[in-house]
Design a binder for this molecule. Structure first.
Ligand code: F0G
Length: 460
């Protein structure tokens, strides 16, 4: 008999241990968010019903990851857990030096402390906010060179994360001496979780070779990116994801990683490279801020959990479910007339708040208005990715970001389809009242990464 084909893609796991959700009322949430200065980062998680603030460190570990914790060896130096971790990383990204860090930004901080500095320029498709902040903190300039399609919310170009290779070539021709390395973020989080094609990575490698520049990956969502390559890129459909990942890794000279995303850890990260001199400089800094090079700010048990997560995340059934469930949320919002960035990315759905709330100008933060409304209405916590996150510049000026988005990031293996159906209903409810939403003004903000701690006030 033929294998029957079913439309429903189920979660490829069943629930083994449950965490209660705390139900709250809209009245309670309105008070909570006011007390938090209308900053959702300042809201206590127990006052959130469905937490889509981030997919970072919020995933559910598997039975085998919890079991792996028991193998954690907490020796200060030379822990066997380090070698399990190193080998699991090298299985996919075969770099000579694998340096654990407590999370991705620690790897960025170390890397850019070594290669950055005043007068330096770091190109990337789009720097994530911590990456940009770590580059700029050293006095270097962070330049985003994503392809033009990325800024066209209506375009269905499948690889909107691609880096504009001509723009990179121009930058390297004009300012090549100032560029210590080229970075590519896979998937391009700040650009909507959009993938980068293998062809684009090959083209970037070719330009880097021509100009003698190392290529580094910011590879937090490498497995999701590889799945998109398998699904959408010509000639890639039959391939093993692990094989695609290895090819991606082989094109780079190093990487930064947040193990809180695709490696399925609740904490962790690493910095990897082939260059011995660079590795030595990075390890010297690691010892100052993270710890000895065989644990780098992590417990041995964390290293074990990440090593096991790396084996699980490249599973095709997992990735099919993961990418399909994100698309399900996106497609349902589109069907409700809510403007989103398309095609839907890997880890999140991005609502185009500027299009949804055209009566709120960018400097009155339409993304913030929408995010607060989703919280007040349904206890759904999302994240503004727009003018609040990117609008303030090192010279103190403020300009509208390229887009004002609200990100609904989906933690890995954490919520079920009925949770997502509830989120869809909350979005529909807010969309029905969108013309009554008001903008915000900033009452107080820190000098960098203001979205975490700024306080706001609704405008009349
Ligand atoms: N690079 C990218 C592309 C990221 O998305 C993140 C984190 C980092 C680097 C930094 O890693 O958090 O481990 O220090 N992104 C999270 C998010 C915070 O919500 O998108 P980290």
């Amino acid at each position: 008999m033929d294998e029957p084909q079913f439309r429903t893609i189920i979660e490829p796991f069943r629930i083994h241990s449950v965490e209660p959700l705390r139900m709250t009322t809209a009245e309670h949430r309105r008070q909570v968010v006011q007390d938090a200065g209308y900053n959702l980062f300042q809201v206590h998680a127990q006052d959130v019903l469905i937490d889509l603030l981030t997919d970072s460190g919020t995933g559910a570990m598997s039975r085998d990851q919890w079991a792996a914790l028991q193998h954690g060896d907490e020796s200060y130096a030379g822990s066997p857990s380090y070698f399990v971790f190193r080998d699991a990383v090298r299985e996919l990204f075969d770099f000579e030096h694998v340096i654990p860090t407590h999370q991705g930004r620690a790897a960025e901080k170390i890397l850019f402390s070594v290669v950055g500095g005043a007068g330096k320029v770091i190109p990337n498709n789009t720097h994530f906010d911590t990456t940009r902040a770590n580059v700029e903190y050293t006095g270097a300039e962070a330049v985003d060179l994503v392809v033009a399609e990325a800024h066209d919310a209506g375009s269905d170009f499948p690889f909107k994360g691609n880096l504009d290779v001509d723009a990179l070539e121009r930058l390297l021709t004009e300012r090549g001496d100032a560029v210590p390395l080229v970075m590519v973020t896979i998937t391009n989080n700040s650009g909507g979780g959009q993938p980068v094609s293998l062809a684009n990575l090959h083209a970037i490698r070719e330009v880097c070779d021509r100009f003698g520049k190392p290529l580094f990956l910011d590879a937090c969502r490498f497995a999701e990116n590889a799945w998109f390559i398998r699904e959408k890129e010509a000639g890639q459909s039959g391939r093993e994801v692990a094989d695609i990942v290895r090819e991606i890794g082989s094109l780079a000279d190093g990487m930064t990683m947040s193990a809180k995303k695709d490696p399925l850890g609740n904490i962790g990260g690493w910095l990897a490279m082939n260059d011995d001199t660079l590795a030595r400089q990075c390890r010297d800094l690691l010892v100052l801020t993270e710890g000895f090079p065989t644990y780098g700010g992590l417990a041995g048990r964390d290293l074990e959990a990440v090593a096991q997560g790396l084996k699980e995340v490249i599973d095709h059934e997992y990735l099919r479910y993961r990418i399909r469930s994100t698309a399900y949320l996106g497609e349902s919002l589109v069907a409700s007339g809510i403007p989103i960035l398309t095609p839907v990315g890997g880890h999140a759905v991005y609502i185009d708040a500027r299009a949804m709330l055209p009566h709120i100008p960018p400097l009155h933060y339409p993304g913030q208005a929408l995010a607060v409304a989703l919280y007040e209405a349904g206890g759904v916590r999302s994240c503004e990715i727009g003018t609040i996150m990117f609008g303030r510049h090192p010279d103190g000026s403020e300009h509208p970001a390229a887009m004002d988005l609200v990100r609904l990031a989906i933690p890995r293996r954490t919520y079920t389809q009925s949770h997502i159906d509830y989120v869809i209903e909350v979005c529909q409810h807010v969309a029905a009242q969108s013309s009554s939403l008001r903008g915000y003004r900033i009452v107080d903000e820190p000098p960098a990464l203001r979205h975490f701690t700024a306080t706001f006030e609704p405008l009349d």
